[in-house]
Design a protein around this ligand. Structure first.
Ligand SMILES: Nc1ncnc2c1ncn2[C@@H]1O[C@H](COP(=O)(O)OP(=O)(O)O)[C@@H](O)[C@H]1O
Ligand SMILES: [Mg+2]
Length: 372
């Protein structure tokens, strides 16, 4: 008799600047999933936030007319994805697919920042990746740095500021920055990815423009000491006892690894393994695991470092809790080079999701008030 297949909801797209990146990741993951093992429901979230399922949700997102809406309720007694009838007058819902576990292959806002993870928690669903806190801290560059500092993990000197401070007195903000840091500096919105809204400033004019630009994208902004750096990345996998892959290196062909370099020209080179001596390699892998644990990440994360070309100093740049996941992305390529294939990686992530759920279920949630 054949074993019951595990019912997996693959969720992708979403209201994020990294919507397209997510579609690419999801396409690769879906293609590599063992269909003898998994019964997969594709759930595409449109750029306006509509949840869609259909014969091919990937196609539905690219303009197919026959779109079928779906929803997931925060009610934990409702164990299914619900289908929403397209008739707006007699709008009704019906269970369409049970889900044992969901895999959000989403990057950036709402998918990687703890928002959708909150929904999964409410719905009492097992899901791949970090929980609400790990996702939120990994996403927020300001809070992330504070957590690293608290754990004695090296981050570059930085100044954090806000849109309101910039609007109130940009000159004061600039004075603070130029007092604490030296040009060049990197100006980053706290909660975006894919280099959106990020700029490098080498003059006061560029700093002013960069602050105003970043303030369009987020309420909070981080300004960071810029260095001439090599970019080294490590993949981490697991829950409470995570393991680190060997490190890889990105050699951007442009001034920095901006959106263009990441997704448009695509001519940046991945060097695996990174050209590091054994001591550096071990140090970087250990630091990746430390950072992962410090933010309470789970399932997977890619930990990105900056290695100062002049001094050899190592700094943590950021953690991506749902890193790019096409079969040629850095995260899976680092695992492939460390001995875990792309499809094995997917199996492991689903196992970790189920284990994390079991761990969560062991948590006492109600307290019987003793009678006086
Ligand atoms: N402090 C820095 N010094 C030098 N280069 C930096 C610095 N911060 C960012 N960069 C460059 O900008 C890119 C994007 O910054 P990052 O913080 O990784 O943002 P994102 O979350 O958008 O990927 C990095 O990959 C790197 O090329
Ligand atoms: Mg980055």
């Amino acid at each position: 008799m054949s074993k019951q297949k595990l019912k997996v909801g693959l969720i992708f797209g979403g209201r994020s600047g990294e919507h397209e990146v997510s579609l690419n990741s999801a396409r690769s993951v879906f293609a590599a999933m063992d269909k003898d093992k998994y019964d997969v429901t594709l759930i595409g979230i449109s750029k306006t936030g509509q949840w869609l399922i259909s014969g091919d949700a990937v196609l539905a997102l690219t303009g197919e007319t026959n779109q079928q809406s779906a929803m997931l309720l925060p009610d934990p007694t409702e164990k299914s994805l619900l289908q929403v009838s397209s008739d707006t007058e007699t709008r009704s819902v019906a269970p369409i697919a049970e889900l044992d576990v969901v895999f959000p292959v989403m990057h950036g806002t709402f998918g990687e920042d703890g928002a959708i993870q909150g929904l999964f928690e409410m719905a009492d669903l097992a899901y791949v990746g970090s929980g609400v806190v790990g996702s939120a801290v990994g996403m927020d560059k300001t809070i992330f740095k504070a957590v690293m500092v608290a754990n004695n993990i090296p981050v570059l000197p930085y100044v954090s500021t806000t849109r309101s401070a910039i609007n109130a007195d940009i000159d004061a903000v600039m004075t603070q920055i130029t007092t604490d840091l030296n040009y060049p500096v990197f100006i980053k919105p706290a909660n975006l990815g894919s280099s959106v809204g990020i700029s490098k400033a080498t003059t006061a004019t560029e700093l002013r423009d960069g602050l105003l630009e970043a303030a369009r994208w987020d309420r909070r902004i981080v300004v960071e000491q810029g260095i001439d750096a090599r970019e080294v990345e490590v993949s981490v996998l697991g829950n409470d006892d995570p393991i680190a892959s060997i490190a890889g290196e990105i050699a951007p062909k442009r001034d920095f690894y901006d959106y263009e370099a990441k997704y448009v020209t695509d001519d940046s080179e991945l060097i695996i393994p990174a050209n590091l001596d054994a001591v550096q390699m071990d140090a970087i892998r250990a630091l990746a695991v430390e950072a992962y644990k410090a933010i309470d990440a789970a399932g997977l994360s890619r930990v990105d470092f900056l290695l100062d070309k002049q001094t050899g100093e190592l700094w943590i740049n950021e953690i991506n809790t749902l890193p790019g996941f096409t079969d040629i992305s850095m995260y899976p390529k680092l695992w492939a080079a460390t001995g875990i294939s792309y499809s094995d990686l997917i199996d492991k992530l689903i196992e970790f999701a189920l284990a994390r759920k079991q761990d969560r279920d062991a948590t006492v949630r109600s307290f019987d008030v003793p009678e006086a």
